[in-house]
Design a protein around this ligand. Structure first.
Ligand SMILES: Cc1ncc(C[n+]2csc(CCOP(=O)(O)OP(=O)(O)O)c2C)c(N)n1
Ligand SMILES: [Mg+2]
Length: 563
């Protein structure tokens, strides 16, 4: 009978679970597990910081709607994962990390790299586990992947003590029955509450949907678009939930977000948390008298909502949207909210024609909005955009649309700087045929800039565009402590790693630089366009409408707004 080590069992389990790619940094006691993953045919992408491994996983999961796997060596390797796991927790992302740890038989003896990794991970994971028994490794690996993805997704950490990894067992004694087990079951909404929402929709004059990543995890975008179109109901998404229905859809009135939130009489919170990102769905951003309906897979989210929920529906977005599509037949039509859509369309038209619309300063370095507009016009319709940095993110939210589900990634609800480049790496590995554009602030770029090396070594072709405003955030008064970084030549850094670099100081040079860079990306290279931008440009000092560029996103005639 063949004997297997714990390391080999782990690698074989990951293969049986269908894991195709793993992000990691080598190190004891994980070496044998990692080399066995390679012999099992898993693509092993060694990154330059464990934090980046967890971030790359997040992007990978978002694009594929599956759990993703990263690995780290014991001690500092695992502690380096922590911000990544915390970000995945706050972002509800199914990242599964396997961390080596010092031998369990030696715990408490101050052995090499000994620290309580389980305790450290507990606060920033959905679930934490430790392997004790070789026989049960397949079960624990399966549980980790299932738990990460089931219900409200979230990160799972599994601690792998060195002595367990290197112990041997007869392979027939291992319980393989759980390996690769998939749980495919989706909860329907309570018909009474679905009925209540149909009734509320029939009575509403100005309803809207606020959707989030739950629609992505549930792969419910087709149902959402069908529902939006059947009811003619305006929708808004969270920044990372964008693209489930294209941003230029006839029921999308992006520049009227604030007014629509305030005026809506029925708010359907669909697959998103009622957190600060959507103003807790409460006043002052939303009307105090509006009815709140909520569709969420996690009953605790509804139970502990920051604002009372009138119509709670615990269920999977895909299933509940199907129920709603059936339920509204004959009760809600495309004409039901015609006047509401017209009101929003008129508001948009007014904003677009208002004096100063689309203006930005032109007396200094390139305004970030100009740079972002060039990217918007250059990007393919189904491009994956990974955006990071404060001004870059804020201006980017208003300037660059997204048309495909899961194709917009950013610093997320945890507001984490440094995710952009590793997200780009993970996104391109998940979707090798897609154009991936990373749009980075210069400060946040520095946090994981070494991932350019990962992308170049592993032939992960990315287009990176930097808003080089000389430091952290805009600083018109030159008053922020520790803000200035100088105008770093990230383009030269990229060249030094073996990539292609462009440095741009004039607005008219942005587009040709993007084209030359993308040509290199198409040849398989990593290319970086470093655009010197105005340090004074500060989001918030200027009204939203002044930076709105939606007029450039003309709708096809058949999809005219306010039909
Ligand atoms: C990991 C982390 N460290 C620090 C911060 C605090 N912070 C928020 S925005 C920001 C500046 C981002 O600057 P940059 O990436 O250059 O983008 P810009 O705003 O200049 O476009 C910082 C440091 C954070 N959110 N996350
Ligand atoms: Mg900056």
């Amino acid at each position: 009978m063949a004997e297997l080590t714990g390391s080999e069992i782990l690698a074989k389990c990951l293969k049986k679970e269908g894991i195709e790619d793993i992000f990691y940094i080598m190190g004891g006691p994980m070496l044998l597990a990692e080399s066995t993953c390679i012999t099992e045919g898993i693509r092993m992408i060694d990154v330059r910081h464990e934090q980046a491994a967890a971030y790359a996983c997040q992007a990978y999961s978002r694009l594929r709607q599956t759990p993703s796997v990263c690995m780290a060596a014991s001690g500092p390797g695992v502690t380096n994962l922590i911000t990544g796991m915390a970000n995945a927790l706050i972002d509800c992302c199914p990242v599964v990390a396997f961390g080596g740890s010092s031998p369990i038989s030696q715990f408490g003896r101050q052995v090499f790299q000994e620290i309580d990794q389980v305790k450290l991970m507990e606060g920033c994971c959905k679930h934490v586990d430790r392997v004790h028994n070789l026989k049960r490794i397949p079960q624990q690996v399966n549980f980790a992947l299932q738990r990460a993805m089931s219900g409200k997704p979230g990160p799972v950490y599994v601690d792998m003590p060195g002595d367990i990894l290197y112990q041997k067992i007869d392979e027939n004694l291992v319980d393989w029955s759980f390996a690769g087990r998939k749980m495919d079951s989706r909860p329907l909404g309570d018909p009474r509450q679905v009925g209540a929402l149909v009734k509320a929709l029939a009575e509403a004059k100005q309803p809207l949907i606020v959707s989030g990543s739950g629609v992505i995890w549930s792969r419910a975008w087709t149902e959402m678009q069908a529902f939006v179109e059947a009811a003619g109901i305006p929708f808004y998404t969270t920044p990372q939930g964008r693209g489930v229905v294209p941003d230029d859809h006839a029921c999308s009135f992006l520049t009227m977000r604030n007014a629509a939130f305030a005026d809506a009489d029925l708010i359907i919170v669909l697959g998103t948390r009622m957190n600060y990102i959507i103003g807790h769905a409460a006043p002052p951003r939303f009307g105090g008298n509006a009815k709140i309906a909520r569709i969420d897979i996690d009953p605790e989210e509804i139970a502990a909502a920051a604002r009372g929920v009138d119509i709670p529906i615990v269920g999977d977005c895909k299933m509940v949207l199907q129920q709603l599509l059936d339920g509204i037949k004959g009760k809600v039509t495309q004409d039901s909210y015609k006047a509401w859509r017209q009101k929003l369309a008129d508001g948009e038209a007014q904003k677009r024609s208002a004096a100063g619309a689309n203006r930005y300063a032109e007396d200094g370095d390139i305004h970030p909005v100009r740079m972002l507009e060039e990217i918007k016009n250059f990007a393919k319709r189904d491009a994956i955009l990974c955006v990071d940095g404060q001004e870059t993110l804020n201006f980017g939210r208003q300037t660059m649309p997204t048309f495909s589900p899961g194709h917009r990634l950013n610093s997320g609800p945890f507001g984490t700087m440094g995710v952009g480049l590793p997200f780009g790496v993970g996104a391109k590995v998940a979707c090798p045929d897609k154009q991936v554009i990373v749009v980075h602030g210069d400060g946040s770029m520095g946090m994981n800039a070494m991932e350019m090396d990962t992308a170049i070594r592993h032939k992960i072709p990315l287009l990176i565009v930097i808003s080089l405003n000389g430091g952290w955030t805009g600083d018109p008064q030159r008053e922020k402590p520790g803000r200035d970084l100088g105008y770093m030549r990230y383009d030269k850094m990229c060249e030094a790693f073996g990539g292609y670099g462009e440095y741009v100081t004039k607005p008219e040079d942005i587009r040709p630089a993007l084209e030359r860079a993308q040509a290199k990306v198409d040849e398989g290279m990593v290319a970086l366009v470093n655009v010197r931008t105005d340090y004074r440009a500060r989001y918030g000092g200027v009204r939203f409408s002044d930076y709105s560029t939606w007029r450039c996103c003309a709708l096809p005639p058949s999809r005219e707004r306010g039909r």
